[in-house]
Ligand binder design. Structure first.
Ligand code: ZN
Length: 93
């Protein structure tokens, strides 16, 4: 390998240790829940999930969204980190 690609690989390794450099503006994911698969989306700082809880309650969140917020925390915008009332009750550790 030439030295320029080796330099890029080393830089990528350093970047990968600093996930806060990345902010998801939008995403779509399939979540394998305990009983079914759900499609979750993040758009403009707002989460949505196709599960029954999300769509039948007013919390604006669900276990799938809360799990994703924990997984992706450093790579979420402030709004996406706190896009539900439960964050005030149970802050993401
Ligand atoms: Zn859900």
């Amino acid at each position: 390998m030439n030295s320029s690609i080796i330099g890029k690989i080393e830089k990528a390794r350093r970047y990968a240790a600093e996930p806060e450099r990345v902010k998801f503006e939008s995403l779509q994911a399939t979540f394998h829940g305990g009983h079914d698969e759900y499609t979750m989306t993040l758009q403009g700082g707002k989460w949505h999930c196709t599960c029954h809880f999300f769509n039948s309650q007013d919390y604006g969140t669900c276990s799938h969204i809360m799990a994703m917020q924990r997984l992706l925390l450093p790579m979420l915008t402030e709004e996406a980190q706190h896009d539900h009332a439960a964050a005030a009750v149970s802050p993401v550790a």
